[in-house]
Design a protein around this ligand. Sequence first.
Ligand code: ADP
Length: 390
Amino acid sequence: MTVLVINSGSSSIKYQLINPADGAAIAAGLVERIGEEIGHYEHTYAGKTTEIDEPISDHGVGLRRVLEIMESAGPNLQEANIKAVGHRIVQGGKYFDRAAIITDEVQARIEQLCPLAPLHNPAHLKGIEVARKLLDVPHVAVFDTAFFQDLPAESAIYALDREVAEKYEIRRYGAHGTSHKFISEKVSELLGRDDLQQIVLHLGNGASVSAVKNGHAFDTSMGLTPLEGLVMGTRTGDIDPAVVFHLRRVAGMNVDDIDTLFNKKSGLKGLCGDNDMRQVRKRAAAGEQNAIEALEIYIHRILRYIGAYTAEMGGLDVLTFTAGAGENDADLRADVCARLAPFGIKLDAEKNKIRSKEPRTISTEDSTVRVMVIPTNEELSIARQAMELI
Ligand code: ADP
């Protein structure tokens, strides 16, 4: 029995076939460059990867072809025994505080929320439309914002004119909620405690940090959209909104130019030309000043949030690193924690260096805060939430 988890982007579809019972990823793949001259399929099953390059005119063609590839490269649909399809949805607005079975009404809501997630929700809808046609099983939407629906008012509400904020549904919705929920629940489960004050650092290409108190989201760095907060691969994170007015007035840029600048051309990439932390590190190690400074700015922002969230919660029990850079970059973890030494946070240097796919503690016994590394698994979380619902 499996769940097919789909993450549909504007020109791509990522998928995993997951057994929610034991968490195994049975098959995984991606469809890329939809709508371009030549598209690309990559499908991995039983240790074997099948790759195909051919035009993929739209998401429907792409997904239909994936099902054909599964028939020939395995697992065929009968073996796969797909019981549900879980769709990752970035923006659920004020409507969804948990996953939902996709009906026409739910689909209409996701569409209605496109202005709040113009890069993501329209792309998810394409995936939903074609998958509902091709796979006659329940489809479930799992929202990145759901975990943050019950944020305390003081962290959810911007100090913006109330009338304007309410009329245009402007508040802090957060994102990456599926990961923050998965990680904070895992920490509670591993330590056997619900009464924890946690900070979760999700450091991937997109990056966010959350404060979780007694199992509930207490604050998070992403806001109305995933642009707010930490320095990311290509996004600015926090920036004075007056920069927008300034660029509009002085540089003559229009709103779309500024949107692209902030979301796609900034962050690590804008600071030093690379958005991949591995490259940034290589360049910094070679003495490139822009890369050294990019790392400093990246870490500085993380520290600012750790300090703020510890003060907001009134303490901190566990600090957890996850996602691409959080799970794999031991130097980054060491750099962040070295700056927290005055607060009694101590890493065990040997434990920090271990590369593993397993959850682990990397702080010393006498550290004031337990520091952990827990690999995130958003797909498994989506599969389990889908299975629970059906
Ligand atoms: P996404 O945010 O796209 O889901 P991931 O969580 O997989 O991505 O994170 C991808 C990022 O993780 C890469 O861009 C890279 O910066 C970082 N990363 C992956 N492996 C390493 C590593 N060994 N050292 C440093 N950074 C890494």
